[in-house]
Ligand binder design. Structure first.
Ligand code: GDP
Ligand code: GDP
Length: 442
């Protein structure tokens, strides 16, 4: 995830000019789309070797509150919320105005690092205003001229210094690559989970796992897949232990699924293809969706299925009809008993894990967003059209996006679903729960 740098300040202080200066030519251009203001701007920029997402709040002040300071707050609140650093721009020629002072006061309470930028300071004409700006309590101002490019290189260095340390992010990525993928096998009693687990343990090289005779209490086993990468199968104890009492089964399958999938990144939902989909399967699938896990369906007992096409079709239709997020979910038909098809399971799990980890570049995301709004305008709510302005990916695992706009929080369910389906199709995110938050900018 790139650090987010937000440019805020009064209208006309030169935010957009500075944005263009910092972004260079890598600006995500914005078409004049209904529901999107022209001046929505977001770009990826490289500042002193650091990649950042730049957000320009210019033009976001048009919302209702009467005072200028109120409008500034309203317009930039949601952008500031996601910022790693806020550039608070003042006009060094105009000096510090009351609106600047109010905004600064509010900004200090947001608990975000702020860098004070005194713009229009070309030719050193504005020294007195720069001195005045210390009174804002936001530290040392950096004098620049966005229009003439003066001081911009220094500003970039100041920004880079204030970003969260890069090493941390890189280390986290390395750890990520070394860590075994965590998967859980869930499903109804008798779907074939234990058989599948034993088959996987038999076919793949086990790295760590229970000693023979101690299998009953093993919590997890780690094995290597065909690419030599580690896969940890979590919470296997419940699978190996055969329930003694029949009534306990019903409770166990959903109850233990919750535990297993909280520990897992990818869930293998094991279905008995002979029996078809039952309510309990859907219940478990719903849990996977709720917990935001990646999911692969293992369509088990395929050896015992007579009409394979019809069976597959019926099961997938039921699953997708009941659960919107299951669209395009990867399915592996296999037989845990004979071993047929089992070799395709771990590659599918790996692929699902990658989808779950997807980060969509900001530029691509915004291009998609423009087209999506163009193809289907945001609806009218209480007679007024919603203005959705920009979108950003807040995190991965699962992919989570935030759309900002005036009254965005009032976006009806079906339009939200339209956007989620668009994200899923455009960025190839099948079978992973997608989170979409809509945040109002006032
Ligand atoms: P925003 O509305 O805050 O985004 O401000 P703009 O980027 O639209 O700039 C407002 C006005 O200030 C424009 O006329 C710019 O040309 C001008 N401007 C921007 N930066 C500078 C600067 O460094 N020096 C001077 N003299 N004018 C500038
Ligand atoms: P669990 O309760 O989900 O752990 O299910 P088990 O692994 O204990 O399997 C339940 C029953 O289904 C057992 O009798 C298995 O032999 C049988 N079974 C498991 N996998 C398959 C399969 O691929 N094909 C067939 N025909 N039977 C299977």
């Amino acid at each position: 995830m790139l650090p987010v740098v937000v440019i805020a300040g009064r209208p006309n202080v030169g935010k957009s000019t500075l944005f263009n200066r910092l972004a260079g030519r890598r600006i995500a251009l914005v078409a004049d789309t209904p529901g999107v203001t022209r001046d929505r701007k977001q770009a990826e920029a490289k500042l002193r070797g650091r990649d950042v997402t730049l957000i320009d709040t210019a033009g976001l002040e048009e919302a209702a509150p009467e005072t200028l300071a109120g409008r500034m707050r309203a317009g930039s609140a949601s952008a500031v919320e996601q910022a790693d650093l806020v550039l608070f721009v003042i006009d060094a020629r105009a000096g510090v105005t009351p609106a600047d002072a109010h905004f600064a006061q509010w900004l200090r309470r947001q608990g975000k690092p702020v860098l004070l930028v005194a713009n229009k300071a070309e030719g050193r004409v504005a020294n007195s205003a720069i001195l005045d700006s210390y009174a804002l309590g936001l530290g040392d101002p950096v004098g620049v001229s966005a229009e003439h490019g003066e001081g911009v290189a220094d500003l970039m260095a100041e920004i880079a210094d204030r970003l969260p340390p890069e090493e941390e992010a890189a280390e986290a990525d390395d750890e990520e690559a070394d860590r075994p993928l965590k998967m859980a096998i869930v499903g109804r009693p008798n779907a074939g989970k234990s058989t599948l687990l034993n088959r996987l343990l038999g076919e793949e090289r086990m790295i760590t796992g229970p000693e023979p005779g101690l299998t009953r209490d093993a919590v997890s086993v780690t094995l290597t897949d065909a690419q030599g990468r580690a896969v940890e199968i979590v919470d296997t104890a419940g699978l190996r232990r055969r329930a003694r009492v029949e009534e306990a089964l019903e409770k166990m399958s959903v109850g233990s699924a919750i535990h297993a999938l909280k520990m897992a990144e990818v869930v293998v939902l094991t279905l008995d293809a002979v029996q078809g989909i039952q309510d309990q399967d859907l219940q478990i699938a719903r849990l996977v969706e709720r917990e935001g896990r990646a999911c692969v369906v293992a369509l088990n007992k395929w050896d015992a299925v007579a009409d394979r096409n019809a069976t597959r079709k019926a099961i997938m239709e039921r699953l997708e009809d009941s659960l919107a997020q299951m669209k395009g979910i990867p399915v592996v038909t296999l037989s845990a008993l004979t071993g047929a098809g089992v070799d395709r399971l771990l590659p599918a799990v790996r692929a699902a894990h990658e989808v779950w980890n997807t980060r969509v570049p900001t530029g691509e995301l915004n291009r998609w967003f423009e087209h999506a709004l163009e193809a289907h305008q945001p609806p009218l709510v209480n007679g007024r059209r919603l203005k959705l302005r920009y979108v950003t990916q807040a995190k991965a695992r699962p992919p989570t996006f935030v759309v900002f706009g005036t009254r965005a929080e009032q976006t009806p369910e079906d339009y939200t679903r339209y956007l989620v389906n668009g994200l899923r199709g455009t960025f190839k995110l099948p079978g992973t729960p997608i989170r979409l938050q809509l945040r109002g900018t006032k």
